[in-house]
Design a binder for this molecule. Structure first.
Ligand code: PLP
Length: 449
């Protein structure tokens, strides 16, 4: 099929996730056919620097044959077996071991799933089981944050705080949402530090309003990814930690985006020095090459589930899929052997921070923030007042399309332009990324003038 035939068939038969069907009808899909290193190539042969690592997942880029070989070899040896009913496979044991080594020291058990959404469903099941087994059945409510993203199943989307998603289904009624630590959008006249404390206090207030004895857990991304790379002020996490400890509320850290090196540490929890009770992962665990997710379970929670529990009536056919586990092992080996995360922490992360910060000088950029291998630019009409261009988030989508024209994939979250390039990006490629982003900003300014 040629390009237009492919697009026609796509329109006729494929229901795309998170895609406006009107836009799709008018513009057609971009057909990506190849990828190598940090670049993707479309059906016209156009090569783009992938500033989003696929969907925040190909942290090692697209050319790691060790991972595809590991998957292939496993498929030829034992393509499937399940981990239900006292069965197991060698890859699942080896990956569980490796995860226990690279995750925080107090996390030594894993429950495997097929995705991040399924892992957050699993978290809800584990949280309930944990409190029930300790005769605290009244602890039922889970608190999450506005504009957080935790997946797209009913549980994931209920936990998430995306109002656009909530409008299209009936969210679970035992999930409550509190303020996000998004200083640029919501901090007003406060300093980031003051605002960080205030956002954490809003969690305290919500707990008091609901009754601490009824609150089971708080779930949050270390940095909100899909919400626009919302990097919390430094005061936020230490204060949240105090609040949760005070009321004995479990902390679920959703590391689906930030796990496996994106901050320059293995996990966001390491970066912020936090000890979560449960930790969701997916995406980069297999470098995006094979579906796999899971939740790391702290010793405190695992002890209750294992010693008091008997059967945990939960599981997915593809929990601990052997080929996925081999992909995970190969990925962790590369991250370790090639010191990829240390390189982000010491070399490419600081370099990106320096170059990305230069974009704050651009007339339509209100803030340029970054950490490790993520960044965001806030597009504004007026820097002083942080006023946006319009209410329809058009500036973001204009900039995204112009960025693609300049050979760079950035994502628009409203009017925040977001990047999460592969961790293997070189300093020369960081230069290329920043220069392309700059050109996209110039053209956006012209288009919106
Ligand atoms: N949690 C976070 C923080 C995510 O960013 C995502 C996906 O982007 C998910 C959960 C859901 O993961 P999946 O799409 O694999 O279900």
């Amino acid at each position: 099929m040629n390009k237009s035939e492919l697009q026609q068939h796509d329109r006729e038969h494929l229901l795309h996730p998170f895609t406006d069907f009107n836009d799709l009808g008018q513009q057609g899909t971009r057909v990506i056919t190849r990828a190598e290193g940090a670049y993707i190539t479309d059906i016209d042969g156009t090569r783009l620097l992938d500033g989003m690592s696929g969907l925040w997942c190909c942290n090692l880029g697209y050319s790691r044959k060790e991972i595809s070989d590991a998957i292939y070899q496993q498929l030829n040896t034992l393509p499937f077996y399940n981990s239900f009913f006292q069965c197991t496979t060698v890859p699942s044991i080896e990956l569980a071991d490796a995860l226990a080594e690279v995750t925080p020291a107090h996390m030594n058990n894993v429950f495997f799933t097929g995705s991040g959404s399924e892992a957050n469903d699993t978290n809800l099941r584990l949280i309930r089981r944990f409190w029930d087994l300790q005769d605290k059945a009244e602890k039922r409510i889970v608190i999450s944050r506005k504009n957080g993203y935790h997946g797209s199943t009913i549980a994931g989307a209920s936990l998430g705080g995306m109002s656009g998603m909530h409008k299209q289904f009936q969210p679970l009624d035992y999930i409550e949402h509190v303020q996000q630590p998004y200083w640029f959008a919501e901090g007003g006249d406060m300093s980031p530090e003051e605002f960080g404390i205030q956002a954490a206090r809003s969690l305290d207030e919500k707990i008091q309003e609901l009754g601490p004895e009824k609150v089971a857990a708080f779930i949050a991304e270390p940095i909100q990814g899909a919400g626009g790379v919302v990097i919390p002020p430094e005061t936020y996490w230490p204060e949240v930690k105090k609040v949760l400890e005070q009321y004995d509320i479990l902390l679920v850290m959703d590391e689906v985006i930030f796990g496996f090196g994106r901050t320059g540490e293995w996990f966001g929890a390491d970066y912020y020095g936090i000890k979560p009770d449960l930790m969701t992962f997916a995406k980069a665990v297999t470098n995006g090459y094979f579906p796999l997710g899971g939740t790391m379970v702290s010793d405190r929670v695992a002890e209750v589930i294992k010693s008091k529990g008997g059967e945990f009536t939960h599981g997915y056919t593809y929990s601990a899929h052997p080929a996925a586990c081999m992909a995970g092992l190969a990925t962790i080996n590369i991250l370790r052997n090639e010191k990829i995360i240390e390189n982000v922490r010491d070399v490419t992360g600081p370099y990106l921070a320096k170059r990305w910060a230069e974009l704050a000088e651009h007339p339509i950029v209100g803030e340029a923030r970054s950490l490790g291998m993520v960044g965001a630019l806030e597009l504004v009409k007026d820097k002083g007042s942080r006023a946006r261009f319009d209410d329809d988030c058009t500036a973001g989508s204009v900039c995204r399309d112009l960025s693609i024209k300049h050979g760079l994939v950035m994502r628009a979250v409203g009017d925040a332009m977001v990047i999460a390039p592969p961790l293997i990006i070189t300093t020369e490629q960081v230069d290329e990324l920043v220069e392309k982003a700059h050109r996209a900003l110039d053209d956006t300014a012209k288009a919106l003038a």
